[in-house]
Ligand binder design. Structure first.
Ligand code: ATP
Length: 360
């Protein structure tokens, strides 16, 4: 039986609350499905760790993450805790860079029982693949402010970085196997050379996947279409900042940050975390929505299944997703952000009860 080692970075704010809910669900799903085991190892990082230890991502934490099979992360950073230069504590971004987690997978799918932000239209089921190691974010810590008059940050798009993220988007479209698999390249190729290059490389890689439809949209048109006709999309692939912005938009379409999961996947490592941040306004109130973390944990199981070529973790993942859908449909997991009154505990308990009922 395969045992997977999971590094757990609870982080700050509501991070620990939602991550403990996700672990409870993972343990239950693993026990019910069988065929694999999970071992969790604490990996402290974030603003609290910075205050205690003087480092946001201590070497021991990084080592635990590096040696794990996957990393489960809550959320890191607090508005009042900053480095002396005023910048925020963001070990999750450091992990992305140091572990080469180039593909940010941000699914957005309609969950029956959640009133959609925009009423009407067919269900949404799309994934944004956000390049996560380059783009304008590559300028992190390297921008220049000249004489308090001019500021610059440089966008970096490489052939290698683009080829690998585009390839992963096409592979994902194949695995999702929609009736007409499609990957949409989102850029601003009409204005910037770096984006025109991104599109050119996209078109080259698309030739390797004749079974998948390849199309393009400028980012402004993509934003419009995502609001107007989101059901038309399957997989979208884009630059780092554009993906950052559009994935918040798509999270908004299907219920908000409380239900939006994500995975940042590289050649040898992967981090799974809710799309939301630390939500300082909710700390200690017990009302944070745990669904985004629980769905991120299910994505982690899918990833582990792919890594080892075993079906048991995938079955557990499917069981979790079904249980989440049933718990929401029943009304018992509708938290405050979704217009309900369930607490974090009640929502978690509702998913736990459904886990026992649904089949994987
Ligand atoms: P960051 O700046 O890192 O994105 P943040 O907490 O300021 O972090 P979001 O995570 O986008 O920003 O959250 C914005 C608001 O949405 C929060 O202040 C909170 O009110 C709400 N929110 C976010 N996550 C949740 C959640 N899991 N459950 C309920 N409400 C949430």
């Amino acid at each position: 039986m395969t045992t997977f080692w999971i590094a757990v970075v609870p982080g700050d704010g509501i991070g620990p609350e939602v991550i403990s809910a996700a672990i409870e669900i993972l343990e239950a799903a693993c026990g019910l499905t069988g065929g694999f085991a999970l071992k969790f190892q604490d990996a402290p990082a974030g603003a609290g760790t910075y205050l205690e230890q003087g480092e946001a991502l201590p070497a021991s934490t990084f080592e635990t993450c590096r040696q794990s099979d996957a990393i489960l992360l809550g959320a890191c950073g607090l508005p009042d805790v900053r480095y002396p230069d005023g910048t925020e504590i963001i070990p999750q971004v450091t992990l992305r860079i140091k572990l080469d987690l180039f593909a940010g997978i941000r699914p957005a799918a309609t969950i029956p029982g959640i009133t959609p932000t925009l009423h009407g239209g067919p269900p949404i089921d799309l994934v944004i693949v956000r390049e996560s190691t380059e783009g304008i974010f590559a300028s992190l810590g390297g921008g220049v402010v000249l004489r308090d008059e001019v500021a610059t940050d440089i966008q970096v798009i490489t052939r290698r970085g683009t080829e690998r993220v585009v390839r992963s988007a096409f592979h994902l479209a194949r695995r999702r196997a929609r009736p007409e698999p499609r990957v949409t390249c989102v850029d601003k190729a009409n204005i910037l050379r770096s984006f025109a290059f991104f599109r050119k490389v996209f078109d080259e890689v698309a030739q390797e996947f004749p079974d998948v439809v390849a199309d393009h949209l400028y980012v402004d048109a993509a934003a419009f279409e995502l609001v107007r006709r989101p059901s038309r999309f399957d997989v979208l692939v884009t630059e780092n900042l554009l993906g950052d912005i559009l994935s918040d938009l798509t999270a908004g379409l299907v219920g908000g940050m409380g239900v939006a999961p994500s995975g940042d996947i590289g050649p040898d490592h992967a981090v799974f975390q809710p799309c939301h941040g630390t939500a300082p306004d909710l700390i200690g109130k017990g009302i944070a929505n745990p669904i985004a973390s629980i769905l991120s944990a299910a994505m982690m199981l899918e990833y582990l299944a792919d890594c080892v070529g075993e079906e048991a973790p995938r079955m557990a993942a499917q069981r979790i997703v079904k249980a989440v859908h049933q718990a929401i449909k029943s009304g018992e997991a509708i938290t405050h952000d979704l217009g309900g009154s369930a607490s974090t505990r009640q929502a978690t308990q509702a998913v736990l009860s459904q886990l026992n009922r649904v089949e994987s």
